[in-house]
Design a protein around this ligand. Sequence first.
Ligand SMILES: [Fe+2]
Length: 648
Amino acid sequence: MLGVGHGYPKIQTKISVGVLIFGFFPIQLCPADLRMMRLFGLILLAILWAFASLQGATSHGDQPLSRIAIQKAVFALNDLAYVKASPPVLGLKDQNTEWVTIQYSIPNPSIDDWIGVFSPANFSASTCLPENPKATPPLLCTAPIKYQYANYTNPTFKDTGKGVLKLQLINQRSDFSFALFSGGLLNPKLLAVSNIVAFSNPNAPVYPRLAQGKTWNEMTVTWTSGYGINEAEPFVEWGPQGGEQKLSPAGTLTFDRSSMCGAPARTVGWRDPGFIHTSFLKELWPNSVYTYKLGHRLFNGTYIWSQNYQFRASPYPGQNSLQRVVIFGDMGKDEADGSNEYNNYQRGSLNTTKQLIRDLKNIDIVFHIGDICYANGYLSQWDQFTSQIEPIASTVPYMIASGNHERDWPGTGSFYGNMDSGGECGVLAENMFYVPAQNSAKFWYSTDYGMFRFCIAHTEHDWREGTEQYNFIEHCLASVDRQKQPWLIFLAHRVLGYSSSSFYVDEGSFAEPMGRDSLQKLWQKYKVDIAIYGHVHNYERTCPIYQNICTNEEKHYYKGTLNGTIHVVAGGGGASLAKFTTVQTKWSYFRDFDYGFVKLTAFDHSNLLFEYKKSSDGKVYDSFRISRDYRDILACTVDSCPSTTLAS
Ligand SMILES: [Fe+2]
């Protein structure tokens, strides 16, 4: 949903002091060498000032890192304060996630003292391109990748000033340092900087995400590494489980700061994305299990490998078999160590992830329909997100749609001119995940999974009649053979159908304004069974509906034709919940102000089960069934059949 505002305090722009950047210095805690510490303090202070200055542009209320209001930061290195991190080397057994222990001491402790995690640990003015030539000091540009309060898990901290914190780090192509601040998030004073912590191979290939290719028998694997095309050849070694393995090459993409459309993505939120590789595994045998691992052949002949993974190839379109689909929006990411705690993301996002992993044997494909990780221009968060979903995305196709928090930015062609993407303007979503779109920048696509046809719209581009997207949607809906693929599902991020969210009701539209004006005749004409949306962070299900009128009074067991489309909001993946209106409508059958996701199970061509599950316990809280024959799909409903002639 909309991410600007939310009542959080706006941060004022203020740069009052020029601070010189002295170039590169390694960060080491060394109480004896106060001079070095002061230099580092100056560097960090420069970052903080730059960070604060850029916060003034916009407040991205959904992003925890945007809460750090540091325009009042004071350089306050203190001989008696220290912060130490161990172990210094992570991933010695090739793990890409590991816990570190942070020990610290502060002479005058306070409950709002906090620790910021910086990566890269070593930073230099030379890495920082001035975003704005008028800005001084030169902008050295990294926001912390996470933060935690010093008294977290340390109830005696405010008396003793001493604490121990466990933080989880993921391998993301660079090293880490930990900076200790007093004064809270709003008046930070830098007290001490830690030693460096690093993974043994920061460049390792990590976080594979599967996606369906452009044809039913193709699976794509996308991953991230620190190896560019001048250092190594990326590939996937794969084959049938227990059978002969072969190599498929991968393409490599990356982008630079100038690809970002604005701050903070272009400034303090910028972090080198590394290299993103995609390999196309073709001519798969339907339903077969394949194993794979990611590889890089360095030009000196050395091979770098990921761990082993496996997936089941997708069914042939129309194939009659058990097919299970999970759909949700707006999950976001959160930190298992409790850092960045904000906006209830942790509970919702991690619970949803946990439930999907727990039930993974009973899930064939996942759709995350927009508002993916709410990085909002703090690019490091995309690594955290792909790490969080790795058990899911490495095993089943993880298909994404694009939402406002991926795409929207003024003057960049998005349908909405707000700043919800934090300057990413779609670049991260388009690069970090593969979708089988003709043009990934436009992001609408269709994909088939057995008896399902999915038409995925992109609400951040115009969908109205006469647009390129409208034509795509009609073609997607019209081109499916319903005898073979009876289950026709429309997916989009914003609610183009129906929602009782108070912010839509306040607009008087009970949906995105103009949402259904053009599209409802397509849903009706082509007999879309279910339309599912995110953006509104709750769950709601309508009756089968057309033009605001319920076309079927049944609530749980539909036999024969629906005569309309059932609209579902499944935006409770994890981000802070959205209130419902108290207004009652006839069409709103079930509402839940909680975190959850939707599961569709096709048993065969005639039987579909819809379930809504809460993320907290994975149990079903709403459900319905559809049972019908192909001839029911052919039946005419209101506005759904062309006029007949004698010849017909
Ligand atoms: Fe949204």
